[in-house]
Design a protein around this ligand. Structure first.
Ligand code: ADP
Length: 268
């Protein structure tokens, strides 16, 4: 039994996450069924926070890798390192997660080099195996291990999409920006700002999202709204905060920035 104080400590350690729907349950069931999860959604919509929240709730360590176009299989699995004249094997993040029974989160996985799929496939199906080619080791994933990958379908092009043979191994979860009430609650909680300010930022986001669907590669995310709210909370004017955290963060194009600023003036 936990004391009230201990329960409070435990709760405090779980990162705040406001659910958009039933995604926490889906995550929980995927984990309980030893199935890997694929989270799709635009940048800054809460994918990483969901994984952090669920890892803490499930009591599993979390190992996160931000994928980039130079990331290779050996960056994930590990490599021999030379130290003091000796070569020594050093586990990569994926191997550590497999040994520890951790949750391994590969953020923006489509960015990684193609050779990474070779190591991910046997881990993502019933085998739950990681073959370490260099050492000849065949690792069985420890209980509790879960592979979670995410990507932003908006960035997709033909060269950078998940192969059907990869995606079909994963349970898929679609996310988007939360609805207005939830987004307001997130801004209030994350930036510790009053409801009126959070509501104003959500109103602005609704207007910008309508407009920017056509004009921008990416629209305003929950993350940017939280950043703007934090700047206002620290004493910056709303206009200046929105200009710096949202408008100038979204575009380099002077005409588009002017159109966005005009919309901002209408709302704030
Ligand atoms: P993604 O991984 O989708 O790019 P993040 O999970 O990093 O986005 O979210 C960016 C920020 O937005 C978080 O740090 C948090 O402040 C806030 N956020 C977004 N969605 C939520 C949510 N549902 N609950 C709590 N915070 C959220």
């Amino acid at each position: 039994m936990h004391s009230a104080q201990q329960l409070w400590e435990i709760r405090r350690e779980i990162p705040f996450y406001a659910p958009q729907g039933d995604e926490c349950r889906l995550f929980q069931h995927a984990h309980a069924s030893a199935l890997p999860l694929l989270i799709k959604g635009p940048t800054g919509c809460g994918k990483t926070r969901l994984v952090e929240h669920m890892a803490a709730r499930l009591g599993r360590p979390l190992i996160t890798v931000s994928c980039h176009d130079d990331l290779s299989a050996s960056d994930l699995v590990g490599r021999f390192l030379i130290s003091g004249g000796n070569t020594q094997w050093s586990d990569g993040p994926l191997t550590r997660a497999v040994r520890q029974g951790a949750i391994c989160y590969l953020d923006e996985v489509v960015e990684a080099r193609r050779d990474t799929t070779v190591v991910l496939h046997p881990l993502a199906d019933d085998r739950r195996m990681l073959a370490i080619e260099r050492t000849g080791e065949q690792l069985q994933a420890a209980p509790g291990f879960m592979l979670v990958i995410s990507y932003n379908p908006g960035y997709q092009n033909l060269l950078k999409s998940l192969k059907p043979s990869t995606r079909q191994r994963f349970v898929a979860l679609c996310m988007d920006y939360p609805n207005a009430a939830i987004e307001q609650a997130i801004i209030e909680a994350e930036a510790q700002v009053p409801p009126a300010l959070a509501a104003q930022l959500v109103e602005l986001a609704t207007a910008l999202r309508r407009l920017t669907d056509h004009d921008l590669e990416e629209t305003v995310s929950t993350r940017l709204l939280v950043v703007a709210a934090r700047l206002v909370g620290s004493g910056l004017s709303l206009r200046q905060a929105v200009q710096a955290a949202i408008v100038d963060a979204l575009t380099d194009d002077a005409d588009t920035a002017a159109a966005l600023s005009e919309l901002v003036r209408a709302v704030c």
